[in-house]
Ligand binder design. Structure first.
Ligand code: LLP
Length: 426
């Protein structure tokens, strides 16, 4: 569900809420990410209310879209945050997020990052190895603090998603095998700078089936129950993120079906559920607005060259991901099959392959849909292309939530080296 729709008199124009995308392109240029505030709010509320009366905390996974305006909107809705770096912690604090509702995930937290999270007073560290656990204990002891910790268990369950985003498989780098995790909790339970507050798991992203999740949560719940019975101060069972969205014809479970499955798998375990949704909150709340530069026809191959490329949105090139591409001005017929390609010097720079689109001409605007998650947050300036602007629409108004990068931004921090004597020209 989202608030991007064609509106007005024919030919109708694609709007974000009540703002015409054309108006944004005119004011801000292209390529530009456009987000809908009403969609973000709605998604948050649907996910949050799906857990009903079960005590729970939604910790939005910042990596999906880390723009300050998005974080601040979700913080005002009451969201907590799932972070994976000191940079994400910084963003959450800048956006006015509550550090007491932050969980810190990831296999490679540095000493600096652990220290900053302890100082901020986060809810829990989701720890992924014995060595990391000892590092957290040591850093906390030096600061005379007690670190709240959950161990991330690897349930060795196939989430049946794209192999690049499956994280709960036995061979993946994530988590601690569930049988090893129990020993680790027990062996460190007397460490005074640690407080074991929960169990964590996350099996993968873009999940469209609930069964793997049910099995993972049930495993984590059984460990939780055991540890609680042994007297550990357990409070949270973190079920990770991963709920999929519809890019084209996927039929993922609804947030209510998802939450119901989680709650059922937990059974009577008296834990507060922590969920770390990313994509489901922001994915369909954003699009990438681009402009056609050229048409190119070579024999039977037709290309539409646009001003957004794989550096702006890498998902098609990296995962073969499908994003719908639609014209901003509604056109009745979708006639020709074209490849929509970007300007980057790589054969993989194809945003959409063999799509039937209406006849397009230079200057026409296109929207790459479902680009709110892992779009801008994975953008780079490869080919020295300044990263796009980001716009947050709210009703009939819009905020430039991030300026387009400038050429100065591109070289910030660089230097051309010691100024040597110029070779004399002959
Ligand atoms: N929690 C943890 C520990 C995670 O690793 C992730 C995502 C999430 C939560 C949020 O998952 P979500 O609800 O968004 O599925 N770049 C890829 C997705 C990578 C996901 C990484 N971890 C993509 O564009 O599809």
């Amino acid at each position: 569900m989202h608030y991007f729709a064609y509106k007005g008199r024919a030919p109708r124009e694609l709007h974000a809420e009540d703002v015409a995308l054309r108006a944004i392109a005119d004011a801000v240029g292209t390529p530009t990410y456009v987000y809908s505030a009403a969609t973000l709010r709605r998604h948050y509320q649907v996910v949050d209310s799906a857990f009903g009366r079960r005590p729970h905390l939604v910790c939005y996974s910042v990596k999906a879209n880390s723009n300050l305006a998005v974080l601040s909107l979700l913080a005002r809705e009451g969201s907590g945050f799932d972070i994976v770096s000191g940079g994400e912690l910084f963003r959450v604090l800048q956006a006015g997020g509550d550090p007491g509702r932050v969980v810190f995930s990831g296999v490679g937290k540095s000493e600096l990052e652990i220290g900053a999270a302890l100082d901020a007073g986060i809810l829990a560290f989701n720890v992924e190895s014995g060595e990391e656990l000892d590092a957290v204990a040591r850093i906390a002891r030096l600061r005379r603090k007690v670190a709240p910790v959950a161990l991330r268990v690897n349930p060795a369950i196939d989430p049946r998603t794209h192999r690049h985003i499956a994280t709960g498989l036995r061979r993946s780098k994530f988590g601690i095998p569930v049988e090893r995790a129990a020993e680790l909790y027990r062996s460190r339970r007397r460490v005074r700078s640690l407080r074991f507050v929960g169990v964590d798991c996350h099996i993968g992203s873009q999940l469209t089936q609930l069964d793997p999740l049910r099995r993972a949560v049930a495993l984590a719940a059984s460990l939780y129950r055991t540890l609680l019975a042994e007297g550990l101060p357990m409070q949270y069972l973190d079920v990770g993120g991963g709920l999929g969205i519809t890019y084209v014809e996927e039929r993922p479970p609804s947030p209510l079906e998802y939450a119901t499955a989680v709650v059922e798998a937990l059974g009577d375990v008296p834990a507060t559920v922590v969920a770390e949704p990313g994509r489901v909150l922001v994915g369909n709340a954003g699009l990438l607005l681009a402009r056609v530069l050229y048409r190119k026809e070579e024999g039977d191959r037709r290309f539409v060259v646009v001003d957004a490329g794989m550096n702006d949105l890498i998902r098609p090139a990296l995962y073969g991901a499908h994003h719908e591409v639609v014209p901003v001005r509604e056109a009745p017929a979708r006639k020709v099959a074209v490849d929509v390609v970007g300007p980057v010097c790589e054969s993989a720079d194809v945003l959409a392959r063999a799509r039937r689109l209406p006849a397009l001409a230079a200057g026409d605007l296109l929207a790459v849909m479902s680009a709110g998650a892992y779009g801008m947050s994975m953008a780079s300036s490869y080919n020295s292309r300044p990263r796009p602007a980001e716009v947050l629409v709210e009703g009939s108004r819009f905020l430039v939530a991030r300026d387009r990068e400038s050429y100065q931004d591109l070289v910030r921090g660089e230097r051309a080296g010691p100024a040597g004597r110029r070779r004399r020209r002959r």
